[in-house]
Design a protein around this ligand. Structure first.
Ligand code: SAM
Length: 217
């Protein structure tokens, strides 16, 4: 077996299963996706390290465990329409696309959006659309979404994302008053004006910058 495939299997066993990731669809998706394709070439040999890695523009590809944890927390089923805020490398979008029906993903930095779009196309992911823009506003054109995931830390939960969630839908988002430390929160929309909030995990994400996020520093 190729050396990176061995590291991928080890990541599944030691970083994901051992820490409690159970959803077979999440484990299968992360066993299938070549994470080394989503990091800069010089970092390919450490693509399966147990940590985030730099992807340029002062941004990161999230730690594998965090991608798995957030994806599992979304409770996806095959037909779901998913909105991701923070495309970054496109890795999490690729994971989501193996489980859900359609993935819409928004990135605010033009160079990252362009690179991720090209990469996802080259690798053959056909059910992902990458959009350049401010994800704190969501993407009303394709709403409502059964699942929304935000992969950058927000000061508060952006109102447009709550509004674009389908009834029964789940929003998973890092939230907190500090730009670099957050609590991962899951919001479930129970009815038109009824939402239930759960706090899941302490996390560290780069800031969500936008009109319903942090101001550009
Ligand atoms: N999901 C990514 C991956 O799999 O590589 C990791 C995302 S990285 C931790 C967070 C990303 O959110 C960065 O690329 C950043 O530019 C982006 N971001 C921050 N604020 C945003 C906003 N308002 N709208 C869209 N993207 C945003």
């Amino acid at each position: 077996m190729h050396e990176l495939a061995v590291l991928r299997d080890t990541m599944i066993e030691e970083q994901l299963k051992w820490r409690g990731i159970r959803d077979p669809a999440v484990l299968a998706a992360m066993r299938e996706i070549p994470r080394e394709e989503f990091v800069p070439p010089e970092l390919a040999t450490i693509a399966y390290a147990d940590r985030p890695l730099p992807i340029g523009e002062e941004q990161t590809i999230s730690q594998p465990y965090i991608v798995a944890y957030m994806t599992e927390a979304l409770e996806l089923t095959a037909g779901d329409r998913v909105l991701e805020i923070g495309t970054g490398s496109g890795y999490a979008a690729a994971v989501l696309s193996r489980i859900a029906g359609q993935v819409y993903t928004i990135e605010r930095l033009a160079e990252l959006a362009r690179t991720a779009r090209n990469r996802l196309e080259r690798l053959g992911y056909r059910n992902i659309v990458v959009h350049l823009g401010d994800g704190t506003l969501g993407w009303p054109d394709h709403a409502p979404y059964e699942a929304i995931v935000v992969t950058a830390g927000a000061p508060d939960i952006p109102r447009p994302l709550l509004e674009q969630l389908a009834e029964g839908g789940r929003l998973v988002i890092p939230v907190g008053p500090h730009p670099s430390f957050q609590t991962l929160v899951r919001i479930r929309r129970l009815g038109t004006d009824e939402y239930r909030r759960e706090e899941l995990l302490d996390v560290r994400f780069v800031p969500l910058i936008g009109s319903a996020g942090w101001e550009f520093p």
